[in-house]
Design a protein around this ligand. Structure first.
Ligand code: ATP
Ligand code: PRP
Ligand code: NIO
Length: 489
């Protein structure tokens, strides 16, 4: 790759308009005004009842290293053409704010703040694009993985998507997200190394094609690999592949660990049942059947309903590309800004579409857990100065269809955000990726099954406290008054 620049940084991984806005703030002396932004998404991906949050570790790394490199500065000055005094300001920019976030593996829902950024205005603006880029993709893939794993249940789920991913970064971070969402392994070796996650795999048709027959290919593989899964569909699954796998396993006995076979084409239901019968009859009842080929939660569910005999599922394209929903749609919205007197003021964005109206103010998110049954009643967004954990009884009501409401007593209000960056310093240490997966599994246990089914799940309540809702209404009224005033002039 040819480039005239010697170094690179992720700091320019932003939209031009962010730098242009930062320039305006700086020129007007507003760049250091305190501001608060929130990251959230508006619609549940894949029609799922929940999402699995992922991406925090990379966000922290990005913010920790946030500074324009020497060549970033040269580029901005010479190619984009910013003025020298603004360039001087950019040279010294670091991320000095504080960040609150849900942890990776957390079960999250639409319209609740996932990350809150409190930072000088220009800094908060410059980091928007990269944060959204990271969270949108990783949360999307972790959610798809979790959705697939809900169907696979206790069988093995292997991530095979690298070759079909939207380039290398997506393969790597997608593999990591798949593990957070519940997958058992990835085929991507670099992801294994970088994130300390399990790698696993079989072999491809090329091996068999090289030897021009199953027998020599399986023997070749077995000579160098103790654990063997033979791919049996290169020529004829039932007449050659499976019988040859059995023959080689018998010939080699204890010299190998005959794990099983992989099917990658044809009628998976029929072939897996026949293969199971043949393996059992040959004395290999513990041999596993791995299947792959354009699988997703729908085909897997259908194959299970047909009684397919599968122990392990290899899933590539449809997971790593989030095939049926290519974007999460998370947004980054300002909820509060310092005024000229040094006081924080709420801000709001109005829209004719009720879902697009932002919820102003500094807020916290709580998971309301019923102490009687240990299940979540819903999530509750309250203004920062409220203390729902100290209340006896709270009213939870739908923030748009307000007549849908309930009172909850005997609950635990578990705050979902942790402070992860304080004044520019990362103060949170991420757990291992496998621990994130364990956490996801344990938080999913808080949800009733109705929220977890893949088809038409119940809508999980994400409600505003009365105070937060009233505050939103008064902000809306203020904007209406302001617009009316302008109209009258
Ligand atoms: N019994 C089955 N019921 C439902 N879907 C199945 C069944 N068996 C296979 N499939 C799925 O049908 C889709 C079509 O498979 P396709 O016809 O492309 O495979 P193939 O032609 O056998 O193999 P190849 O990928 O080598 O072309 C795949 O997504 C596969 O997982
Ligand atoms: O089907 P996916 O879910 O994407 O899983 C990964 C696929 O990658 C491999 O096939 P390859 O790309 O070599 O070619 P193929 O599609 O002809 O099997 C493997 O045999 C799977 O079929
Ligand atoms: O290990 C495998 O079987 C594998 C890996 C990547 C893609 N398809 C299959």
């Amino acid at each position: 790759m040819k480039s005239k620049f010697t170094d690179d940084s992720l700091t320019l991984h932003t939209d031009l308009y962010q730098i242009n806005m930062a320039e305006s703030y700086w020129a007007d002396g507003l760049h250091n005004r305190k501001s608060v932004f929130e990251v959230y998404f508006r619609k549940m991906p894949f029609g799922n009842g929940y999402a699995i949050f992922a991406g925090l570790d990379r966000v922290l790394d990005y913010l920790k290293n946030f500074r324009f490199s020497e060549s970033d500065i040269t580029y901005l000055k010479e190619e984009v053409g910013y003025s020298d005094d603004f360039i001087d300001y950019l040279k010294g920019v670091r991320f000095t704010g504080s960040v609150y976030s849900v942890v990776e593996g957390e079960v999250v829902f639409s319209n609740e703040p996932l990350i809150r950024i409190e930072a000088p205005l220009a800094e908060a603006q410059l980091v928007e694009t990269a944060i959204l880029n990271i969270v949108n993709f990783q949360t999307l893939i972790a959610t798809k993985a979790s959705r697939i794993k809900q169907i696979i249940k206790d069988e093995i789920a292997m991530e095979f998507g690298t070759r079909r991913a939207q380039e290398m970064d997506a393969a790597i971070w997608g593999a990591r997200a798949a593990i957070i969402g519940g997958f058992d392994s990835t085929s991507n070796v670099r992801a294994g190394k970088l994130f300390d996650i399990p790698v696993a795999g079989t072999h491809a048709h090329a091996l068999v094609q090289t030897f021009k027959n199953d027998y020599d290919a399986f023997h070749s593989y077995a000579r160098r690999h103790k654990d063997c899964v033979f791919l049996v569909d290169t020529y004829d699954t039932l007449k050659s592949g499976v019988p040859t796998a059995i023959r080689v396993a018998k010939e080699l006995g204890d010299k190998i660990n005959f794990i099983g076979i992989r099917l990658d084409s044809g009628d998976i239901s029929f072939l897996s049942k026949e293969a199971r019968r043949m393996l059992d009859e040959a004395g290999f009842p513990n041999a596993k059947i791995v299947v792959s080929n354009d699988l997703d939660e729908y085909t897997i569910l259908n194959l299970k309903s047909q009684g397919a005999k599968v122990d392990s599922w290899g899933i590539g394209t449809k997971l790593i590309t989030a095939y049926d929903q290519p974007a999460l749609g998370a947004v980054y919205k300002m909820v509060s800004i310092e005024n000229e007197h040094g006081e924080m003021e709420d801000t709001i964005k109005i829209s004719a579409n009720a879902e697009k109206v932002t919820t102003p103010g500094l807020k916290k998110v709580y998971r309301i857990i019923n102490r009687d049954n240990g299940k979540a009643e819903g999530d509750y967004i309250a203004l920062a100065d409220e203390r729902p954990e100290a209340e006896e009884r709270i009213k939870m009501f739908h923030p748009i269809h307000t007549f849908i409401s309930k009172f909850v007593t005997n609950f635990e209000a578990r705050e979902l955000h942790r402070k992860v960056i304080e004044d520019g310093n990362v103060i949170y240490e991420s757990p291992s990726v496998l621990d994130m997966q364990k956490y996801a599994t344990s938080t999913l246990d808080l949800l009733w099954d109705e929220y977890k089914r893949s088809l038409n799940p119940e809508e999980y309540p994400v409600d505003l406290s009365q105070k937060c809702w009233d505050n939103k209404m008064s902000n809306i009224q203020e904007v209406r008054d302001m617009v009316e005033e302008i109209r009258r002039r």
